[in-house]
Design a protein around this ligand. Structure first.
Ligand SMILES: Nc1ncnc2c1ncn2[C@@H]1O[C@H](COP(=O)(O)OP(=O)(O)OP(=O)(O)O)[C@@H](O)[C@H]1O
Ligand SMILES: [Mg+2]
Length: 326
């Protein structure tokens, strides 16, 4: 049985678009247009895509916060619409915008409050809080007795994750858990997510950070305008795009665009400074390209500041698949 199974999921938002001060007109947004995927226990699945692609909408439907308009979603075999209570028992949710914490309560008191709300018994709750505050280093950061309103963003994110883990649920839905965090907090959360997957938890994870997705996710779903446009492990996905590498040469001098436009190379010229330009050339033979371009540049008096060859990144994969979906 899958931990999460989504079959042809659809969601339409019906809103009104402001037109002037008093007028508005109805607007229909097709946020999800038939999204199917599954997540197994012990697996981190990344849901990646541009702003407005439908990631948060998907997470909200899986977590029973939002009703779908079509299709079905099952959490450990339970339907998110007709068996929402069973679903809620099995999931831990972290949404980007952390709401529901009380500013005038300490970190500890906030989680105590949720534990009571979840009907956890006192002794289990104390032990669990002890464990989670240590695990997320909230004790070391002063999260036990500081008021929530005084928390830094990193502490708030950690407390959000602690709340998602409170009932030790088998399924975690994490919407941009590292957004805005400093490197130590982000590293902590990523390694924790990997450990949780090792314990057998199923994790649906969204991020805009491709480097992070590559480190954390076993599998990635690229979603664009409500449709999944590509799916696979980070390395599978990179193998599926044309083997174009990026040759980046930084030169000092005038704009070198005219030199490159004579040649049939896919390229971009970025101005880094007044007389500093970065040439970004897409090619499947970067050494050959380097050998043909360097003499042209040096003979015209350009000074080469640096060069590097980059393998395709997840970002290239995403751009490739979203362009094809247009
Ligand atoms: N409550 C709402 N009412 C109307 N439209 C909405 C609502 N929530 C989301 N949308 C629209 O649905 C689409 C999908 O939004 P969603 O928040 O799921 O995207 P996302 O992939 O999470 O984006 P981001 O990366 O910016 O978080 C967008 O076009 C968005 O404007
Ligand atoms: Mg979102």
């Amino acid at each position: 049985m899958y931990a999460i199974e989504s079959i042809n999921l659809r969601k339409i938002y019906r809103t009104r678009k402001r037109r002037g001060l008093l007028r508005s007109k109805p607007e229909v947004v097709e946020a999800l247009r038939g999204v199917s995927f599954s997540v197994r226990h012990g697996e981190v699945v990344g849901l990646l895509g541009p702003n407005g692609a439908g990631k948060t909408t998907t997470i909200k439907i899986v977590s029973t916060l939002l009703l779908p308009d079509g299709g079905e979603v099952y959490v450990e075999g339970f339907n998110v619409v007709s068996e929402a209570t069973e679903v809620r028992k099995r999931i831990g949710l972290l949404l980007t915008v952390e709401r529901g914490f009380y500013g005038k309560l300490t970190g500890w008191e906030n989680l105590e409050y949720f534990g009571v709300l979840y009907d956890m018994n006192r002794r289990d709750l104390e032990a669990r809080l002890d464990y989670l505050f240590k695990l997320l280093e909230l004790d070391r950061l002063g999260g036990v007795d500081r008021l929530f309103e005084e928390f830094s963003l990193g502490m708030k994110a950690r407390l959000g994750l602690a709340r998602a883990l409170l009932k030790d649920p088998p399924i975690l839905l994490l919407d941009e858990p590292t957004l805005g965090l400093d490197p130590p907090s982000a590293v902590k959360i990523r390694s924790l997510v990997r450990d949780l997957a090792k314990e057998g938890k199923a994790i649906l994870y969204t991020t805009h950070n491709m480097f992070e997705a590559e480190m954390v996710c076993d599998r990635i779903l690229f979603i664009d305008r409500g449709l999944i446009v590509a799916e696979g492990s980070p390395s599978d996905l990179k193998d599926r795009i044309p083997k174009l590498r990026s040759l980046k040469i930084t030169v000092k001098g005038d704009d070198p665009s005219p030199i490159l436009s004579d040649r049939s190379l896919e390229h971009r010229v970025n101005r880094v400074d007044t007389d500093l330009f970065e040439l970004d050339i897409k090619t499947n033979d970067p050494i050959e390209a380097l050998n043909s371009i360097l003499p042209l540049l040096t003979v015209r008096g350009y000074r080469i500041i640096s060069f590097k060859i980059e393998e395709p990144s997840l970002e290239d994969v995403f751009l490739y698949f979203s362009r094809r979906a247009c």
